[in-house]
Design a binder for this molecule. Structure first.
Ligand code: URA
Length: 199
């Protein structure tokens, strides 16, 4: 089956079957969005108010900044796939609970298996800690992490969450700098030069 179709069916299943309690309060589910053949999958935390209203991830102010940063490395949103660890909006944008994250985890696993990206980029500590519970975003940002995920060796790049940098100029500069490492990391991975050291 073509990836696009398989992904569409996965999104429908997620919206129909997800066991997450946040379904009760959210306007609608927000499945992942973007290119089924993307080399990069970005993983954020959870939908905010705008995402909850529109049913698409990263369409608010954090998404605008992300689009700007993608532009800075000559990429467009259509080139990537973007999703969240939790597919429904937590009220008042509170942090998702461990149970909510666990209830949504299988959709994320399926998204990654289907797209099979070269690089997974974490947007913020919540998505990073889902995969690497002991890492601190202040230490791990901008550094490639390698781990066996569901039987496959994968490469991960943790970044600060764009929303966390909107009102913090110095963090914003750190994020922009880390973001500019992406093309070099992709090139190394495409050339099968496993990058195990900080770039
Ligand atoms: N922040 C996130 O983590 N995800 C979104 O979809 C929007 C904002």
């Amino acid at each position: 089956m073509k990836r696009e179709l398989a992904l569409k069916q996965l999104h429908e299943k997620c919206l129909h079957d997800c066991a997450c309690i946040l379904r009760k309060t959210a306007t609608q589910g927000v499945p992942g969005d973007g290119n089924a053949n993307a080399k990069i999958v970005f993983i954020g935390e959870a939908p905010g108010a705008k995402e909850d209203k529109e049913g698409r991830p990263f369409v608010g102010s954090a998404g605008k900044f992300l689009a700007e940063m993608l532009g800075s490395i000559k990429m467009k949103r259509e080139d990537i796939y973007i999703t969240n660890i939790v597919k429904y909006r937590p009220q008042e944008n509170r942090d998702p609970t461990a149970k909510e994250i666990a209830d949504c985890a299988k959709w994320l696993e399926e998204e990654i298996k289907l797209i099979d990206p070269t690089l997974i980029v974490f947007l913020g500590r919540h998505s990073m800690n889902h995969f690497f519970p002991n890492e601190k975003i202040s230490d791990a940002h901008g550094v490639v992490l390698i781990a066996n995920h569901l039987g496959k060796l994968r490469h991960f790049l943790p970044l600060y969450h764009p929303a966390a940098t909107l009102y913090n100029g110095s963090l914003r500069e750190v994020l922009k700098k880390d973001f500019r490492k992406i093309p070099k990391i992709l090139k190394m991975l495409d050339e099968k030069n496993i990058c195990e050291k900080p770039i």
